[in-house]
Design a protein around this ligand. Structure first.
Ligand code: BMA
Length: 335
């Protein structure tokens, strides 16, 4: 039997130049920028509007501890943000009881076939976090589909096109055996099935042991879907959220082609190390520059601020070629 090629004994052949470069204007948004009273702003979905404006759909936590979503727009994606004067998308627990304790961590996918943005977000129900979906053309009015993945589930995003005729959703259900990334398929965005394990949290001392989740929506490249994912390390003084990268087959996205061994980004700056929740970097969105290579990655920092880091798709792929192992997919019965 062939053993997995995971590099267990020798240290990874890691090149240490940073792949994600923090913007000098960081953090780009904090509660001080908000036009109404809030506790904190973090974990924002991101997209480019047709006129090139960057739109962030921010998770805003109010002073009760419950979250809603609020849009911020900027011509250069760095400063001069125009923030909606009131919440853009509020929890609506009368119609959607699963939103009783707020809505969180949106991811945005523009879907050319629908000519709409599909927003998936965490709805915080009495039963725990679930995945909800809404469609919008302009981030002013939304068509809500309600909960599409029951609790406990979160960290979801839709792929921008159908795979073999079906919509594909990446998400992170929690089981007693750990929190892994799954992919599910749907003919209509409402009914979901063919659930498949996509990427498993590692075990033991690894940085991404036991609990992982997709971060921004997957990035389509000629070599596959590039997926930035977070790994959660439980330490005696709390959790440590860091970011890794993996590559999946274009027409069969449940197949992992490469998975980086080490993390590529972690809390280092003051605004990432200290906040409402220390030691968290949590990207939920990116925009792509006109060069088709430069990524602007927007991430929540310590559950208190939104920050920006830039990366190059070419460099991420080149790094994976040197620092990744071929992922052997775990068989379903192992779970
Ligand atoms: C995760 C999510 C994120 C949050 C992170 C750190 O489980 O709930 O929204 O940023 O924890 O608190």
């Amino acid at each position: 039997m062939t053993m997995p090629t995971q590099n267990i004994i020798s240290p990874p052949n890691t090149r240490f130049e940073p792949l994600l470069l923090r913007h000098p204007a960081n953090p780009v948004l904090t509660s001080k920028d908000w036009p109404y009273s809030i506790n904190s702003v973090f974990n924002a979905g991101a997209t480019l509007l047709p006129d090139g404006t960057t739109l962030l759909l921010c998770r805003v936590e109010d002073r009760r501890g419950l979250s809603h979503l609020c849009a911020a727009r900027s011509a250069n994606g760095v400063d001069d943000w125009q923030i909606d004067s009131e919440p853009t998308l509020m929890p609506s627990p009368k119609e959607f009881p699963e939103e009783i304790w707020g809505i969180e961590d949106p991811r945005i996918t523009f879907v050319p076939e629908l000519q709409q943005y599909v927003v998936t977000y965490t709805s915080y129900s009495r039963g725990g976090p679930g995945v909800s979906l809404a469609l919008t053309k302009d981030f002013r009015t939304f068509e809500r589909y309600g909960v599409i993945m029951p609790p406990d589930d979160k960290d979801s995003a839709l792929l921008p096109r159908r795979i073999n005729g079906y919509w594909a959703l990446i998400h992170r259900p929690m089981t007693t055996l750990g929190s892994h990334m799954w992919i599910s398929y749907s003919p209509d965005l409402r009914h979901w099935g063919r659930h498949r394990l996509m990427l498993e949290a590692r075990r033991g001392a690894w940085w991404d042991a036991n609990k992982i989740g997709m971060s921004p929506p997957p990035i389509e490249t000629s070599r596959g879907w590039l997926v930035l994912y977070h790994g959660v390390r439980h330490t005696p003084s709390g959790c440590l959220y860091r970011l890794g990268v993996a590559l999946f087959e274009l027409e069969n996205p449940e197949k992992c082609l490469l998975r980086g061994d080490s993390w590529i980004f972690g809390p280092e700056a003051e605004y990432e190390r200290h906040g409402d929740v220390d030691d968290v970097v949590f990207p939920c969105g990116y925009t792509m520059d006109a060069d088709g290579d430069t990524l602007n990655i927007y991430y929540g920092a310590a559950d208190c601020a939104i920050a920006l880091a830039r990366a190059s798709v070419r460099s991420l792929l080149a790094w994976l070629d040197v620092n990744a192992t071929c992922e052997r997919r775990q068989r379903a019965h192992d779970l």
